[in-house]
Design a protein around this ligand. Structure first.
Ligand SMILES: CC(C)(COP(=O)(O)OP(=O)(O)OC[C@H]1O[C@@H](n2cnc3c(N)ncnc32)[C@H](O)[C@@H]1OP(=O)(O)O)[C@@H](O)C(=O)NCCC(=O)NCCS
Length: 193
């Protein structure tokens, strides 16, 4: 039986910072996020949603609106390609991070958070949205959500997080050797340059 849960989805306002750092580090590995990196992420141009249930954090999703140069660094895709997919104001939408507490997965919450962020990106006038999704073995946990929300696979990049020497990857139990699948979509009615 599927029980409909009553999540309160809202913009991140600093509440549950400790819980959010803990959820991110449990999901992506020790040292992935610190309180200072969280504050920095929250102050950037973009949309940052959290979901709470019964006074606890259940999940979060962050999209950043970044210039083609930054997007090229984040996605490891050449600048000239990213510049073509940026709008007149030079920005693209980048899915920075998303995690849902294990007990609230398979409930529709992840869809709600993701679609909420995507809706904001769509109305911001941005031309295209991108994400680098973690491939754990042969599984990409974000694949269903990305494709259900209009994204297609652009490419796959092996050893994507090799430069990140700090995070201890839970899948590799040490420095990360995982691949990333790069997804993208061009919002309806908008043209790359
Ligand atoms: C990625 C993540 C947010 C996905 O959350 P999720 O709730 O598991 O997401 P999905 O919507 O893909 O659902 C998974 C399963 O639940 C099912 N499901 C989704 N909504 C449902 C609902 N309302 N009722 C019942 N089942 C549901 C899906 O059909 C899917 O089934 P399948 O595994 O048989 O295909 C979550 O796994 C997570 O936080 N992972 C750790 C961090 C991470 O990897 N983040 C992504 C980094 S790029």
């Amino acid at each position: 039986m599927i029980t409909k849960l009553d999540f309160d989805v809202k913009r991140y306002d600093g509440q549950y910072a400790d819980a959010l750092v803990a959820l991110a580090n449990r999901s992506f590995g020790q040292n992935y996020l610190s309180e200072s990196r969280l504050s920095q992420m929250a102050s950037q141009d973009g949309v940052f949603l959290t979901a709470e249930i019964d006074g606890s954090l259940a999940g979060y999703c962050v999209f950043l609106y970044v210039r083609a140069y930054t997007a090229s660094k984040f996605l490891k895709i050449p600048y000239d390609i990213m510049a073509r997919y940026a709008g007149g104001d030079g920005r693209i939408c980048y899915m920075k991070s998303m995690a849902v507490e294990r007990s609230f997965r398979r409930t529709g919450l992840s869809d709600q958070l993701f679609a909420g962020c995507l809706g904001d990106a769509e109305i911001s006038g941005i031309v295209s949205a991108w994400g680098s999704a973690w491939k754990q073995g042969d599984k990409v946990p974000m694949d269903r959500i990305m494709k259900n929300n209009g994204f297609s696979v652009y490419t796959e990049i092996p050893n994507f997080w090799a430069d990140d020497k700090d995070t201890i990857c839970p899948a590799c139990e040490g420095p990360c050797r995982c691949a990333a699948v790069i997804y993208y979509q061009i919002f309806a009615g908008r043209d790359p340059q």
